[in-house]
Design a protein around this ligand. Structure first.
Ligand code: NAD
Length: 530
């Protein structure tokens, strides 16, 4: 592939050299702006002032008696170059400025440049999946190694890229209007520990496909693999295209660096992927935010379901990476007429059942209280998040074979495993009088996150009722939750599923702004000839 496209690479590199030369020539102006946070200062000022200036009408002219003198040219200063950093930064401000520089260069390379940059991210995610997946597993100490590796491969292969970019056209008696999807510029991204590098891979592919660059503040517990992946991506892109820092990363991320990224004038859009705290912080930010927030996906099994298929599906989704996926099955509501048979089906499919004393023992250790006063609530205990079923079984006072992927047991609806997003491979099963009760309990347990819900049923009325009541972003019927991301179901994947802000499974178009280009009365070639 590299050989076949070598001439294009040379051409692109010469464009990059030209852009760098132009940037250098424009140094005094650019530096003037960068004193107040880089090129964004100019943008920020126009964004902040534009609307009010427009509202206020034209500024009054200065009295003619005051002579205007042009500003003295400032001493030429070479533009700061971040080339060679390969995306790794200690300072948020430097990371943003480097990403701005990369954005200007990317803009000049067109869609083909984006495609080529993305091809390197895909290739590295796939080819280095074993090494990077192992690194992620060793660093985060959660989930399952084969799935850490698989996630990188899948995100590398399937994250939506430039093929998702499109324009819309309105053609009519008054000519043409073309709606095009333009980049925002630099995006500030926050990524979770549950899929540190896979989220960065998917975000980078889609954000760059939309023409943007990105600064990532990763979860501190996954920062090393995040930095290594980002370094490799940038190095390969730089070698081929001459652009560095398309993806910049804060090497020592903190809540303070996240807050600084949110506020930086050079950041035009925020995309956060994580739990309730970061979702709230992003929703409260003054910038537009795409928020991929928490979930607590319920499952309903009614009397018409294929129970063996339901059991296999629940295990496939809930046990994947030890239940770390935000879409993973977290609690199951089964109608009483098939409850006992469903429990047997789970056993046949390979899950291990806990009795009620064992469930109680596990609950006491795996769910803990946090917060003060009105904010006091239960959460999953860190020591158990993403651990193997055998570790949970030990905590429950029993043992299971190492190949067991999932534990399950009957609980009351009051068991904290029902409302808490446990992110560990134990799933509570709740007996319900009928499908209506199951659907209503599922609704309560989802907390209105509107993230993901699953039903196993052949009754379209029940499917419809559940779909309408839960109103979730993903609603999967008769398959594992992962089918909702195109894995064994139709559709496409992203590990940033924007729930409260409504963009859904993110694609390159999520990270673009619409621009309309109108040509009045011409270029509609339909109609009577003159
Ligand atoms: P987390 O909320 O602990 O951390 C996520 C990220 O947010 C981290 O980088 C963290 O440092 C940062 N963060 C936390 N509080 C912050 C604050 N106040 N301001 C700024 N940044 C802050 O979550 P996690 O344990 O890393 O990931 C699991 C959570 O993420 C689950 O709730 C899961 O449902 C959710 N998630 C959602 C999606 C989705 O697409 N909707 C995808 C993956 C994970």
């Amino acid at each position: 592939m590299a050989q076949a496209t070598a001439p294009c690479s040379t051409e692109i590199q010469s464009i990059v050299r030209q852009v760098i030369a132009e940037l250098r020539a424009a140094a005094p102006a650019a530096n003037g702006a960068s004193a107040a946070n880089g090129a964004s200062a100019a943008n920020g000022a126009s964004a902040a002032n534009g609307a009010s200036a427009a509202n206020a009408g034209p500024a009054p002219l200065a009295p003619a008696t005051v002579p205007w003198t042009p500003p003295a040219p400032s001493a030429p200063v070479a533009p700061e170059s971040f080339v060679g950093r390969h995306g790794i930064f200690a300072s948020v401000d430097e990371a943003v400025r480097a990403a701005q520089e990369a954005f200007l260069q990317l803009e000049r390379l067109g869609v083909e440049g984006r495609r080529r940059a993305i091809a390197h991210i895909r290739r590295i995610s796939i080819e280095d999946a074993v090494e990077l997946g192992t690194m992620e597993f060793n660093e985060t100490k959660i989930g399952r190694l084969p799935h850490k590796i698989e996630k990188l491969k899948i995100l590398g292969e399937r994250s939506p890229g430039v093929e998702f970019m499109r324009s819309e056209v309105f053609s009519g008696d008054h000519g043409l209007a073309v709606i095009e999807h333009a980049p925002f510029g630099v995006i500030g991204a926050i990524t979770p520990v549950t899929h540190s590098l896979p989220t960065i891979t998917g975000n980078a592919v889609s954000m760059i496909a939309g023409g943007n660059t990105v600064v990532v503040n990763p979860h501190p517990s996954g920062k090393r693999v995040a930095a290594e992946g980002v370094r490799r991506f940038n190095q390969a892109i730089h070698r081929d295209l001459g652009i560095d820092n398309l993806i910049a990363l804060i090497a020592e991320p903190t809540l303070e660096s996240a807050a600084e990224l949110f506020k930086h004038r050079g950041v035009k859009l925020i995309c956060v992927t994580g739990g309730p705290a970061v979702a709230k912080a992003a929703l409260e930010s003054s910038k537009r935010a795409i928020v991929a927030g928490p979930g607590n996906p319920p499952v309903v099994v009614d009397e018409t379901a294929d129970l063996d298929r339901a059991a296999r599906s629940i295990i496939a989704g809930a046990a994947y990476d030890n239940n770390l996926l935000c879409i993973a099955e977290k609690q199951v509501f089964v109608v009483s007429s098939v409850f006992d048979r469903m429990m047997e089906a789970m056993g046949r499919a390979g899950a291990a059942r806990l009795n009620s004393a064992q469930v109680d023992a596990l609950t006491a250790k795996a769910i803990v209280w946090t917060g003060e006063g009105a904010h006091r609530h239960q959460v999953a205990c860190k020591d158990f998040i993403g651990q193997d079923a055998s570790v949970l079984a030990r905590a429950a006072g029993t043992g299971v074979a190492s190949e067991v992927e999932l534990l399950y047991g009957e609980t009351s609806v009051d068991n904290p495993f029902v409302p808490v997003e446990q992110m560990m491979p134990f799933v509570p099963f709740i007996r319900c009088k009928d499908a209506d009760e199951a659907i209503h309990r599922a609704h309560e347990s989802e907390h209105g996150f509107r993230h993901t819900a699953i039903i196993h049923s052949h009754d379209v009325r029940n499917m419809t009722k559940m779909g309408r009541l839960l109103d979730t972003t993903l609603f999967v019927k008769n398959g594992p939750s992962t089918a909702g991301l195109g894995l064994g179901g139709e559709g496409y994947i992203s590990f940033s599923i924007a729930t409260p802000t409504g963009e859904g499974v993110t694609t390159p178009l999520t990270f673009t702004r619409q621009r309309r280009c109108t040509l009045v009365d011409d270029l509609r070639i339909l109609g009577a000839a003159e």
